[in-house]
Every structure is written in C-alpha cells, then in structure tokens.
Ligand binder design. Structure first.
Ligand code: GLP
Length: 244
C-alpha cells in the first residue's frame, strides 16, 4: 500500500484527480471505477478543472460506479445516478453510453447484479477504482460481515450506514434499506485502487484498514492484499496513523 497523509482534504482531491488524470493520459480508453459520498467530491472537482483546462479527455473512457440504492429511480435526487451527474458527468465529455451505474430500480435485482458483473468483464475490467470508506470500514456498500462477497450483490445496509447517509435525505426513515453494490472481488480485480478518506470520523476505519487484521469485519482491510493500492487521507483521517 502507498499511504499519503495530506494537510487538507482539497489536497487529497488534487492527488486523487492527478492519479486519475495520469491514468487517462496513459490509457485514454481507461475503465474507471467511481465512488459516491462526500469524500470524492473534491476529486471530481479537480478532475473537472483538468478537463476544462484541456489536460484530460473522457471521450474514450468508460466508468462503472460502485453502487446504487435499491428502490430509487435513476432520476430521484438522492440516487447515486443523480449524484454522479451533478458531481461529474454533467461537466465532462464521457459519452452517456460509456457510463455504467447499477440499476437500483431493476425489477429483479439479482439479474441486475449478474448483468453488471458481465458488463464489467465485457469492458475488460476496471483499470483504476476510486473508493471512499464508511465509518465502519465499508467500501462500496460492502458492509462488515462474516465473509467477503465476490461479485455485485444486493446488500442490506448497516444501521451505522443508514445513520451516516441520512444527511442526504429528509430523514433516516427515507434512506433505502438495501443497495446493489459491487463486491469485494470486483474491487480487488481492479488493476489499481485509490482510496480517499477525510475527516476525523474516518480515522479509526483508516487505521484498522491499514494496520488491523485482514477481516470481513473491516471490509477495506482486504486492500492490504491489493498489489496496487494508494490510500490518500487528510490529517484528521490519518490521525491514528500519525500518532504511532
Ligand atoms: C456511502 C457509499 C460509499 C462511501 C461512503 C462514505 O455509503 N456507498 O461508497 O465511501 O458512503 O461516504 P462519505 O464520503 O460521504 O463519508
């Protein structure tokens, strides 16, 4: 693992965007794995700036998002489809048919999971996967569990995740209880992984991910086994690492 602790969250975003830009420059038809949540927003802002400055081009690139809530139509303001449009896709030139996000509103979520895995395989796999991290160590919506899950699957969200994500909804009651998420196997199959974490409430999850045992109780800890994993944090999220 490459671990970089920056002074500010903005620098984390700049660093992650730099890695994504380098990926796109060296392989214009890269397959990017993308994440939602507040943490990658500065990354997407920095990437949009690089696009507007003419440094990166998304016209041959494609993307697969990690996850989507079950039961939210793509047009719902709290869907991850909406989030990605607002935070990235409306501002860059990735063709619409190159953008893949699980359909949380599919009539049969299991069939949707299989379709999504097949689409990732057909695209040649993910070149660079962006990850945030949950306070409980989740990646995508792979919640703490007894086992790692390989492929895209339907997840029941942990109580802590519902509480953490309630800020995006009118109330915790409105947060969907399930999601479709890429599995740990999908994430580990990415050629390179870039995990961004900012804020003190991620410090324990970051520490356990990097220094703790590899366990499905801290899903991100599996990244210790990834051959190309870069972890970018600000001082707050890297706090427990710095105190060592
Ligand atoms: C959600 C997403 C995760 C994300 C996590 C942390 O649960 N499914 O992919 O990493 O939130 O989000 P934030 O960056 O807002 O703390």
């Amino acid at each position: 693992m490459q671990i970089h602790v920056y002074d500010h969250a903005q620098q984390v975003g700049q660093a992650a965007a730099t890695l994504l830009a380098a990926q796109l420059i060296s392989k214009p038809n890269s397959v990017l794995g993308l994440a939602t949540g507040s943490t990658p927003i500065p990354t997407y802002q920095a990437l949009i700036s690089l696009y507007k400055a003419g440094v990166v081009d998304f016209s041959s690139a494609s993307s697969f998002n990690l996850d989507e809530y079950v039961g939210l139509p793509a047009g719902h303001p709290c869907s991850y489809h909406s989030f990605m449009r607002e935070q990235l896709f409306d501002h860059v030139n990735m063709p619409a048919d190159h953008i893949h996000i699980p359909d949380g509103n599919a009539a049969d979520p299991q069939t949707e999971c299989a379709r999504y895995d097949q689409a990732i395989t057909a695209a040649g796999g993910i070149d660079m996967q962006v990850l945030g991290i949950g306070r409980n160590g989740h990646i995508g919506f792979n919640e703490p569990a007894d086992d790692f899950t390989y492929g895209t699957h339907v997840v029941t969200l942990a109580a802590d995740t519902i509480e953490a994500n309630a800020r995006f909804f009118k109330s915790a009651d409105e947060v969907p209880r399930q999601a479709v998420s890429m599995g740990i196997g999908n994430i580990m199959a990415a050629k390179c992984v870039v995990l961004v974490a900012t804020g003190e409430n991620k410090a324990k999850a970051v520490y356990d991910t990097i220094r703790g045992p590899i366990t499905p109780r801290v899903p991100a800890s599996v990244l210790q086994l990834h051959p190309c994993c870069v972890i970018l944090t600000d001082r707050e999220a890297g706090k427990l690492m710095l105190e060592e």
